[in-house]
Design a protein around this ligand. Structure first.
Ligand code: PLP
Length: 398
């Protein structure tokens, strides 16, 4: 069997090994009865979407159009709802025909984008650490990958200004996103302005992955659509997966420069027929309903964040308080470093001893080494239960 070199490059060993360990832990459940798995390793929420959205989807399921392929023109109502939303939420006027594209998840969009705007061997820049599909999309497009290292002592800020003119001239695309997974930083509008300025000056596509737009717990999130120049060189990805708890429904959209949107649409016309009209009805409901839901969901995550960080700090773990919802980004404790445990072995030992699954930071790139990501995707009592299990293990080892 011949497997492409591309696929071999995609093999993310750390996540694969982490998943295998979780599976094996689950299989050995008879000996783990006292410690059933508490899986805090995935950014997949335990919360239900608002009933009003589910109702809109349910009501549309019986309509014949929902079973048909969704051709481009059939998404007009959705695209118009996006433009109304963009004006209300971000204060920007968007052309529903040429600047909006429905997606089957923002991951689908960011992963396909390099195929639309790059040729084999072109260079793309991602952040390190970053969401794995940013790298994956570049690998699928046979691109050369450069990484911009994020550092804790710089507040995880991407320092685009450290790139020389000749480095920037080499780039065809920069893919990044704030609020940022995994560092849990909301980020700052000026960081995006910097990237967009470089994009316009050096003719680089600036792709901003923004599925956490509505999950800032500290002020408003940045958006590429607030930067000058996005209509020429920018594209921003938004999702219903996170704030609207619709991850399994695979609903997202991009707003961007006409040429970039039409190129991405062409790639999609080869690989899919886009998302069902019934699901689009749910998305339209989310785009048009009031903001009560968003403040509710932020409140839920704020409580989870505050209670979990308080419990961890009580233990002696100096966990920073993240500015965005959904994740904690936690330094490997000194005692683990002293024992020579890297983030992956730490996570493996923690799982084996307590049944609590986290994500090793190095899975997001070497810039995440010696960090751990905890997803706040269980109710508060379970999160506190996880920390109380960690306690005896922590004290026995530290
Ligand atoms: C930065 C980032 N982009 C994209 C995604 C996937 O979003 P979607 O469900 O819209 O594909 C995630 C999910 O964790 C993410 O963290």
């Amino acid at each position: 069997m011949t497997i492409s070199k591309r696929i071999k490059q995609l093999d993310s060993n750390i996540f694969h090994r982490n998943d295998t360990r979780k599976r094996l832990y689950g299989l050995a459940s008879s000996s783990k009865e006292s410690f059933p798995l508490i899986d805090l390793s995935l950014g997949s929420t335990d919360l239900l979407p608002p009933e009003i959205i589910l109702k809109a989807i349910r009501n549309a399921l019986n309509q014949q159009e929902s079973s048909a392929y969704c051709l481009h023109s059939a998404t007009r109502l959705f695209r118009e709802s996006v433009t109304t939303w963009a004006e209300r939420r971000l204060g920007v006027n968007v052309d529903p025909d040429d600047e909006v594209l429905l997606l089957i998840g923002s991951q689908e969009g960011t992963a396909h984008l390099p195929l639309a705007v790059m040729d084999r061997g072109d260079t793309g820049l991602i952040l390190d650490p970053s969401y794995p599909s940013h790298q994956g999309g570049l690998v699928l497009a046979d691109a050369h990958i450069e990484r911009l290292l994020l550092k804790e002592d710089q507040g995880w800020q991407p320092r685009f200004e450290t790139l020389s003119d000749s480095q920037l001239d080499q780039l065809k695309i920069i893919i990044f996103g704030f609020p940022h997974n995994p560092t849990a930083q909301v980020g700052d509008q000026s960081w995006l302005d910097n990237a967009m300025r470089s994009g316009v000056k050096h003719q680089i596509v600036i792709a901003h992955d923004n599925p956490y737009l509505d999950l800032s717990l500290q002020g408003d999130s940045p958006s590429l659509l607030r930067c000058d120049g996005w209509r020429e060189w920018g594209i921003e990805f938004f999702s219903f997966s996170k704030a609207w708890c619709l991850g399994g429904f695979r609903l997202a959209f991009a707003i961007g420069a006409k040429e970039i949107i039409s190129s991405l649409r062409m790639v999609k016309s080869i690989v899919d027929f886009n998302q069902s009209l019934a699901l689009q009805k749910g998305a339209i409901q989310a785009l048009t309903c009031s903001n009560d839901w968003l403040s509710h969901i932020q409140g839920v995550y704020r409580e989870r964040r505050d209670r979990t960080t308080a419990a961890l700090r009580n233990l002696g773990w100096n966990v920073p308080i993240p500015s965005m919802a959904m994740y904690l980004w936690m330094p490997l404790p000194n005692w683990a470093r002293d024992k020579g445990l890297g983030d992956e072995l730490f996570v493996a030992d923690l799982l084996e001893s307590t049944g609590v699954a986290l994500t090793p930071g190095s899975g997001f790139g070497m810039g995440g080494a010696n960090w751990l990501r905890l997803a706040l995707v269980r109710p508060v009592d379970e999160l506190e239960e996880a920390v109380s299990r960690i306690g005896p293990w922590w004290h026995a080892n530290s």
